[in-house]
Design a binder for this molecule. Structure first.
Ligand SMILES: [Zn+2]
Ligand SMILES: [Zn+2]
Length: 555
């Protein structure tokens, strides 16, 4: 009989659980920590003015000496986007595919961090030793080339982490997922499987990415002579390749628009992931040299992002392109939940300008549906299962799927961000909770916008702001000038002079009262002004703006 193995390791997701995006999970065995992915999330609607959300790396900073490296599954923003921020504090080597590392390097260049960081490209099948960890990179399929699953082996056993994946027998770049390697590892014994849950609610199989190529061909054929504009995710290099293929076949020049699209197309071409005939790529400034039927524009903005190239074309604010009668716009993506209304606005704007909009048939998902998940589970035959990547409903559905395949409930763990799962041959348990409040990035500021600032922004966005400026004589409360009442986002002043006049009177009265009662001290006076104005506005208008009194003293 085999000796029982009492070794255990810890799995701690710092992000990516019960949310879409910000994937980051750390694995700890004794004095070694390995981190899988380091992504961003896009801000929720309530996070006003926030550009992006990054994970809290306090735990890694605290255990800095133990951290052996970041291991990247693929080059999507929700898996690599936070690296420039986190590497500033946790500067350890980053391992990933050539494409993923190329995309990481784009970011590091922007942050001036190329010289201070270490990156290492790996290929499918390769193994890397990090402390007591052995990491093997396994080829999968996804909506970006060179996506890897990971086999993470420690003395406690092997964990398989799928990253984002689907099963595509006819992928655009590279080969089909290495199913036989999953099967081999399954035969050797897998302590736990962590697998992509994004599409755990969807039945059947995802279509192959190559089916999209046929749709493009049909559209290019049918819309001969008309200007074509295709919007998709910059990171979906395989999709861009298929647009290029159709362009080649139908003799169109390709023009790339949008900063991230230009970046990704550049990197992917350089590294050989995107193959384009020489002279096919054309500058936007030269578009006038070609007839409508001789060009195709590939652009960002398929999610209706207001600042992206497509939205600007639709709004008529793009520097070079305005949408005109006869244009054909193809949205080659699906709105991410929450983005539907932005996408809808862009579609309306495009139609209004006379374009024809095609928003079906040119997209397939990059994430496994139920039947693909079942195949993977069956090959890997894990002792334990941890659903990853998704909102709670997706994790729950994926857990049910594993249960239906015969795994016992007590061997399935739905984790929350910060949960420390200790796991070994004898089972698993959540033994600790790590604080990991995500950090908000606003421009150059990281983490300096907290809940208080967000609450202010929400209040301002809902109720507006009133500023009262008054100058008083030093030592007395005699008004020298003002009070001036200024408002933003509260009422339109020109049509509401009464409101502003009344507000002014209230302030004057309050200052008189303060004098009578001999109230001194700025804080107190300001408070009185704020209070009386708030009561007045609530009584007369049932409104509650933010009130900011400014009191100046002169001699
Ligand atoms: Zn992905
Ligand atoms: Zn992802």
């Amino acid at each position: 009989m085999k000796k029982t193995n009492n070794e255990k390791l810890k799995i701690i997701p710092l992000g990516g659980m019960n949310q879409v995006g910000m994937n980051i999970t750390l694995f700890q065995y004794k004095d070694d920590i390995v981190v899988v992915d380091c992504g961003i999330a896009f801000p929720g609607e309530e996070m006003l003015g926030i550009d992006l959300v990054i994970p809290d790396a306090s735990y890694l900073k605290m255990h800095l000496k133990k951290v052996r490296g970041f291991v990247i599954t693929h080059g999507h923003e929700d898996h690599i986007g936070a690296l420039p921020y986190i590497l500033k504090d946790v500067n350890v080597p980053v391992y990933g595919s050539r494409l993923a590392i190329g995309l990481v390097e784009n970011k590091l260049k922007e942050h001036g961090m190329m010289g201070s960081t270490t990156r290492k490209s790996v290929s499918a099948g390769q193994k890397v030793k990090l402390g007591q960890f052995n990491i093997e990179f396994i080829r999968t399929n996804h909506s970006i080339a060179d996506a890897f699953a990971l086999a993470i082996t420690t003395p406690a056993g092997t964990i398989i982490h799928t990253g984002d994946f689907k099963i595509d027998y006819t992928p655009i770049h590279g080969r089909a997922i290495d199913l036989s390697r999953f099967a081999e590892l399954g035969r050797q014994g897998v302590l736990a499987l962590m697998a992509d849950s994004t599409n755990a609610e969807r039945k059947g199989y995802t279509m192959s990415e190559s089916t999209v190529g046929k749709s493009f061909d049909m559209i290019f054929e049918e819309k001969k002579g008309r200007r074509l504009i295709v919007a998709t995710f910059a990171s979906n290099v395989d999709r861009v390749q298929q647009i290029v293929n159709a362009a080649k076949h139908y003799r169109r020049k390709v023009i790339v628009q949008g900063r991230s699209m230009v970046n990704v197309v550049g990197t992917a071409s350089e590294l050989g992931y995107l193959k384009m005939p020489k002279n096919m790529l054309t500058e936007i400034g030269d578009i006038g040299k070609y007839k409508d039927g001789q060009v195709v524009l590939v652009t960002t903005g398929s999610q209706g992002e207001p600042m992206a190239a497509l939205s600007r074309m639709a709004a008529g604010t793009h520097r070079f392109i305005s949408i005109q009668e006869g244009d054909v716009v193809i949205l080659s993506s699906k709105p991410i939940p929450g983005n539907e209304k932005y996408v809808s606005k862009v579609i309306n704007d495009l139609y209004r300008r006379g374009a024809e909009v095609i928003y079906e048939d040119t997209h397939v998902s990059g994430h496994a549906h139920q039947e693909e998940l079942k195949l993977l589970h069956t090959l890997v035959k894990p002792q334990h299962f941890i659903p990853v990547h998704g909102e709670y409903r997706h994790l729950k559905k994926h857990a049910e799927l594993a249960e239906n395949l015969g795994l016992k409930k007590q061997n399935i763990f739905i984790l929350d961000n910060g949960d420390a799962l200790e796991i070994g041959q004898s089972g698993g348990a959540i033994v600790d909770k790590i604080a990991c409040q995500p950090l908000l990035v606003d421009g150059l500021g990281v983490g300096d916008v907290g809940n208080v600032v967000l609450r202010d922004r929400q209040k301002l966005s809902q109720d507006g702001l009133i500023i009262v400026v008054v100058t008083i004589k030093k030592g007395t409360l005699e008004i020298v000038s003002g009070p001036d009442v200024v408002s933003r986002g509260f009422v339109y002043v020109r049509e509401s002079s009464d409101v502003m006049d009344d507000a002014q009177k209230v302030v004057v009265k309050t200052l008189e009262k303060c004098q009578e009662k001999n109230i001194r001290g700025w804080a107190k006076i300001k408070n009185e002004v704020r209070q009386s104005l708030r009561e007045h506005l609530w009584q007369t208008m049932k409104r509650n703006p933010m009130i900011l009194p400014v009191i100046m003293e002169v001699d």
